[in-house]
Design a protein around this ligand. Structure first.
Ligand code: AMP
Length: 544
């Protein structure tokens, strides 16, 4: 195609999309604060100075453009500072998933070839165990919430706050290619080693701009605006806390970081700091609703974005009962993550909140700059009629372009030029996505396909069920059969036969077939979770 391209003036500036340009919030709201638990609070002017100081400390420690700096920390102001300082000097920020096993952490740090590690005291023992197998690591900067970090033999550059105090608060951040990699982190699949996904400055800038418009501009999604107070409940190591710290900083929003997640502490900070917007996976939200501080906390008006797995109607109802405004988004590590978010039409917003639940827990509508469709196993498009199901495939400017140093796996992810999510869904005529299951979690029994998510939804509607997980387990006769774990609500008892009885009504109405009623429903005290707090079906299947 012959489009019109005009040669730019020789001296025209070709503005690169770099993370440093996202620091505009301090120009609008310089007095707003960054709060780290009960430890420290400072304003946006100080945030900028501290980012410059950290950049000087890193440079002084020998970090050069193209090096990799790992962070092992809970949610903190330090983590926020590294979100900016590390990529702004041209280095790659490796978000270490500190919830993985020691072996897996070692694998990811070795694979990423980390050069410098920002290391919180809580992970010193792990780092000491791994030090011998990480030849690329040249040194450690100690992060401590106490006066003095614990003693160690690790090659320590110094303590974070002490180093920052001594560093200059000016730094001339250079321009460079916007396609330079800014961040790297690992996602754990069902088999094999964790896989590295990576994002460039350009991708993160576009994700941030689009995230801001998605979360703030539409009347059906009024989640995050400049006067909000933000506190994440998705760890900062997990997909950049869904990218929201970048959005919040661009808008100059007051930000609250809680350290290690403890539901009571999160609720106390919510009350004391006036938090208005948070996000988290359903299991974390569940913890918030069932902790000691729940009763003492007025949660009305708290805007909570969930995603990462499906919220059950029962959980959503609990939130509505607390006055929480629940929203859902969909995405994955490979997608940076935002791909879709719920948007309520004016007529839907007029419904009672309880009646909005089925709408609010769907996966939403593809956001701007996202092409999304469902396809069958041969790659043919599947109708967007709300009934037909297929695998979600996506295109957008901010998707990982492969798996780090794993070419073949990257090709597989991008089969036919679309990123394959591994999620089965339907899409209705209003573009609303309804996730049915992960492809690998669908239960194949007697030639029928049963959605484990659908079954979880139906079981969760039985009174006194607090949490539920359904997996397929091998069965000689049927290939697979469903197997459920249920956790009773505090002080309640559950009886498997009664839950099976409850499911009969859906068999009779034709909603599910009789094979979908699990023969085994085990009442347990808790359900295995992944490193980021989602239900761990891999472990459940192994246990069964
Ligand atoms: P992760 O890469 O760990 O962030 O996990 C991404 C996966 O979480 C997706 O592929 C989906 O299976 C699941 N997921 C994310 N958002 C939703 C949602 N809104 N509803 C249901 N499942 C979701």
């Amino acid at each position: 195609m012959q489009t019109k391209i005009i040669k730019p003036a020789d001296n025209a500036h070709d503005f690169p999309l770099l993370i440093k340009s996202l620091l505009s919030g301090m120009r609008f709201q310089p007095d707003n604060e960054i709060v780290y638990s009960d430890v420290i609070r400072y304003d946006y002017r100080t945030l900028y100075k501290r980012i410059c100081k950290l950049a000087n400390v890193l440079t002084e420690a020998g970090v050069k453009a193209g090096d990799t700096v790992a962070v092992m920390d809970w949610d903190s102001h330090r983590y926020l500072e590294s979100y900016f300082a590390v990529p702004m000097i041209g280095a790659v920020l490796h978000h270490v998933n500190i919830r993985l096993s020691v072996d897996q952490i070692g694998y990811t740090m070795g694979h990423a070839e980390d050069n410098l590690v920002l290391l919180h005291d809580d992970f010193t023992v792990i780092a000491e165990q791994l030090a011998d197998q990480l030849p690329s690591v040249r040194g450690y900067i100690r992060l401590s919430d106490d006066q003095l970090p614990s003693p160690t033999n690790l090659n320590t550059v110094g303590e974070y706050e002490t180093l920052l105090a001594a560093a200059s608060d000016e730094y001339d951040f250079p321009d460079f290619d916007e396609n330079s990699i800014a961040t790297l982190f690992y996602t754990t699949g069902t088999t094999g080693n964790p896989k590295g996904v990576y994002f460039s400055h350009r991708q993160l800038v576009l994700h941030t701009l689009n995230g801001a418009s998605t979360l703030g501009s539409f009347d059906g999604q009024p989640l995050l605006r400049s006067d909000d107070v933000y506190m994440p409940m998705t760890p900062m190591f997990h997909v950049h806390a869904w990218g929201v710290p970048y959005i919040a900083t661009m808008l100059g929003v007051k930000q609250v970081y809680s350290g290690r997640y403890d539901p009571n502490k999160l609720l106390r900070l919510y009350r004391e700091e006036g938090v208005t917007f948070s996000h988290g996976v359903p299991t974390v939200l569940q913890m918030i609703l069932n902790c000691d501080e729940t009763e003492a906390t007025d949660m009305s008006g708290w805007k909570l974005l969930t995603g990462g797995s499906a919220a059950t109607p029962a959980l959503a109802q609990q939130m509505v009962d607390q006055g929480i405004l629940l929203f859902t988004a969909y995405g994955m590590s490979e997608t940076c993550p935002l791909v879709s978010a719920i948007f309520l039409k004016p007529s839907e917003r007029e419904l009672e909140l309880s009646d909005q639940i089925p709408l609010r827990i769907k996966a939403g509508v593809p956001i701007g700059l996202v092409d999304l469709k469902i396809v069958d196993p041969e790659g043919n498009d599947v109708a967007h009629d709300g009934d037909a199901v297929g695998e979600i495939v996506v295109r957008s400017p901010w998707l990982t372009q492969g798996y780090y140093k794993e070419e073949a796996k990257g090709e597989e992810l991008w089969e036919n030029g679309w990123l394959h999510t591994g999620d089965v869904a339907s899409i209705d005529k209003d573009y609303v996505i309804q996730i049915k299951d992960r492809i690998k979690d669908v239960i194949k029994t007697g030639g029928e396909w049963i959605s484990s998510l659908e079954l979880e939804n139906l079981i969760s509607q039985y009174p006194a069920v607090s949490e539920v997980a359904v997996v397929g387990v091998p069965d000689e006769k049927w290939g697979e059969r469903p197997y459920a774990l249920v956790v009773p609500m505090a002080g309640e008892e559950l009886d498997s036969a009664a839950i099976q009885q409850h499911l009969q009504q859906y068999v009779e109405s034709g909603h599910i077939n009789k094979w979908a009623v699990p023969r085994d429903i085990k009442v347990v005290a808790d359900i295995p979770k992944t490193s980021v707090g989602k239900i761990n079906k891999k472990v459940i299947r192994t246990q069964v």
